[in-house]
Design a protein around this ligand. Structure first.
Ligand SMILES: [Zn+2]
Length: 236
């Protein structure tokens, strides 16, 4: 079992307005809003911990919140949900307490975590939404990208962050058409069951899912996630 209070303690130390948007199995799900210093900002959504056994995404989100984002806040407002699946995080399971994969459940409102996230997002529109994941089977990183205008930047992002760790060379094996090596399209056949495809359909012109190999050290996985985020933001 992992200790969720370690995450809550780190969040409490950050001087950013934080809301508890819901609770599952007594664990709070938090949302933080980093308000831009200008009134012309673009909204960016950052999510981690949809799969509870992928802690690097949560670590990356916490590091993002703990660092100085003054420069970025001149252009962006960030909405951040550090851990969508706290039960899964504590119990080291991909699924929630009912054995449900939250990332295949965004077409319903019946799953608590899904209902909580949907309600918290309301009608908010984002320029970019990024969701941090891990892969137990690969040795390199890869990305999924969905973009309403199909002007993909994933290949340039992958090329920039490969100094942190190698791009995965295997096929994704999930019927996702590839854009470039290690960059796959958020496929329209997926519907809106997954968080990122759901966001692409209803909330965001551009979505990225980052996948880091669990065999890398935690710090390297977190760096890769943040490297992708920071590189993507340079395009806005
Ligand atoms: Zn995942």
């Amino acid at each position: 079992m992992r200790d969720y209070s370690m995450i809550v303690d780190r969040l409490n130390k950050i001087e950013i307005p934080m809301k508890i948007i819901g609770k599952v199995s007594d664990y709070p799900i938090h949302l933080l809003r980093l308000e831009s210093s200008t009134n012309t900002s673009k909204n960016i959504l950052i999510t981690g911990g949809v799969h509870g056994d992928e802690p690097a995404g949560i670590e990356a989100v916490l590091q993002f919140l703990e660092r100085d984002n003054t420069e970025l806040l001149k252009k962006f407002t960030f909405v951040v949900i550090p851990c969508v699946n706290p039960y899964g995080y504590v119990h080291d399971t991909r699924e929630n307490s009912d054995g449900v994969d939250i990332n295949r459940s965004f077409e319903t409102e019946k799953i608590s975590e899904v209902a909580i996230v949907k309600k918290a997002l309301g009608q908010t529109q984002f320029s970019l939404a990024i969701d941090f994941h891990e892969d137990y089977e690969t040795t390199g990183f890869y990305l999924y990208e969905g973009k309403q205008d199909e002007q993909y930047i994933g290949p340039e992002i992958a090329n920039t962050v490969k100094s942190i760790g190698p791009i995965d060379t295997e096929d994704s094996g999930e019927d996702a058409p590839d854009i470039a090596q290690g960059v796959y399209k958020v496929a329209s056949e997926w519907g809106t069951q997954g968080l990122a495809p759901y966001l692409l359909h209803f909330h965001s012109k551009h979505v990225i899912i980052t996948e880091t190999p669990t065999v890398w050290p935690l710090e390297q996985r977190a760096s890769l996630h943040l490297g992708v985020l920071d590189t993507a933001l340079t395009y806005y």
